[in-house]
Design a protein around this ligand. Structure first.
Ligand code: OGA
Ligand code: NI
Length: 357
């Protein structure tokens, strides 16, 4: 948990920021404190475009379709990855009650007292359980309207002990989402003209890194002044996001922010930095951010799936040639990438920019 001492503009006194959730609830805030205030230019969407163009992938076709149907859905996946880096997944087979139990358990975690949560306040990017507030609170001057819980769930499963039941539910949920992500990665490998098991082997996915990220965005009295999460791209190969029926995710598409809507029982999936590297830039790791609202709290659970932490990630040699497709990124160990990311302040950029050739 971030422990920065802040000046409370409402009370003109200092207090410790434990979690934004408790701060916003106990103080019954009617305005956004100055240390959370961005300019409207940074938070609003002057030129929103319709969201119904976001590609949808019917997952059941990938697993049980005829060979022809499967080829078509693999092509659709490729187009979605290339043009959007982002798609919605329906008919995924993850039981709706598991999704709900997971969201409830996550909510219950954020309801723990600050003292209970303090036990899980890791500091280093490689601590298996870390909770806190904002995005990278130790380097930020203006904070984001968000609390988070990050837990490593693969290759070794971790879980906080509280709240009761969290461990069992997150274990089941993590395994279920992993299964879906591995199928999607097979399809995406094929869409790149690689063997279905290409990533599995090259990136040692059987010991692949998987991280659970629970996000809590409290209701915000002045949503036009606050941001839930800054523009960023995700590390890893694929992130699978579920939300509690409250929209807030925006993705960058052709230079514009597209506001996603929530479709019941669907997942939002985006390509991560390591897919961009592996595909030698063919599939772009999409920049996205989260906005907040003044009606209800939003919970999202992002599950990021990556290579093994020890894997050296480089463009697939099959996608590189000396003439038309020279390698666009230099190789870097996934673990080193994560460490570099933590030490940098983002400003909308990513470590990708530093390894681009
Ligand atoms: C993330 C993320 C978006 C959201 O956790 O990396 O981008 O809508 N979340 O919560
Ligand atoms: Ni993200």
């Amino acid at each position: 948990m971030a422990q920065s001492v802040l000046l409370d503009p409402l009370k003109h006194s200092t207090f410790l920021v434990g979690s934004l959730k408790h701060l916003s609830e106990t103080n019954l805030l009617t305005s956004v404190p100055s240390n959370y205030t961005f300019t409207p230019l940074e938070t609003t969407n002057p030129d929103p475009i319709l969201d119904d163009e976001i590609p949808t992938i019917d997952f059941s076709i990938l697993t049980t379709g005829t060979p022809d149907q499967r080829s078509q859905i693999v092509r659709d996946l490729g187009t979605a990855c290339q043009e959007w880096g982002f798609f919605m997944v329906v008919n995924h087979g993850v039981p709706e009650c598991l999704r709900e139990r997971m969201l409830d358990a996550c909510h219950a975690f954020f309801d723990l007292t600050d003292e209970e949560k303090r036990e899980y306040a890791g500091k280093h990017v490689l601590d298996p359980i870390r909770c806190g507030t904002s995005f990278n609170a130790s380097v930020e001057k203006i904070f984001y309207w968000r609390d988070y819980l990050k837990v490593f769930v693969h290759p070794v499963f971790h879980s906080p002990d509280k709240p009761a039941g969290f461990r069992e539910i997150s274990s089941e949920y993590s395994a279920s989402i992993r299964q879906m992500a591995m199928e999607l990665l097979k399809g995406i490998s094929e869409s790149l003209g690689l063997k279905e098991c290409y990533m599995d082997k090259a990136l040692q996915l059987e010991v692949g890194f998987q991280i659970f990220i629970g996000n809590f965005y409290p209701r915000c009295p002045q949503p036009e002044l606050a941001m839930g999460m800054p523009a960023h791209s995700d590390h890893g190969l694929l992130t699978v996001l579920m939300e509690n029926g409250v929209a807030g995710l925006q993705v960058m598409h052709n230079g514009k922010w597209v506001h996603t809507k929530t479709v019941p029982n669907s997942f939002l999936v985006n390509i991560g930095d390591h897919m961009e590297i592996l595909s030698n830039g063919k599939y772009k790791s999409v920049v996205h951010r989260a906005v907040v609202n003044n009606k209800s709290a939003r919970i999202s659970i992002a599950m990021a799936h990556g290579p093994s932490l020890d894997a050296l990630v480089a463009p697939a040699p099959e996608l590189v040639d000396g003439k038309n497709h020279p390698p666009a990124y230099r190789a870097m160990k996934y673990k080193e990438y994560l460490e570099m990311q933590q030490s940098n302040q983002l400003n909308g950029k990513s470590i990708l920019d530093t390894i681009r050739l």
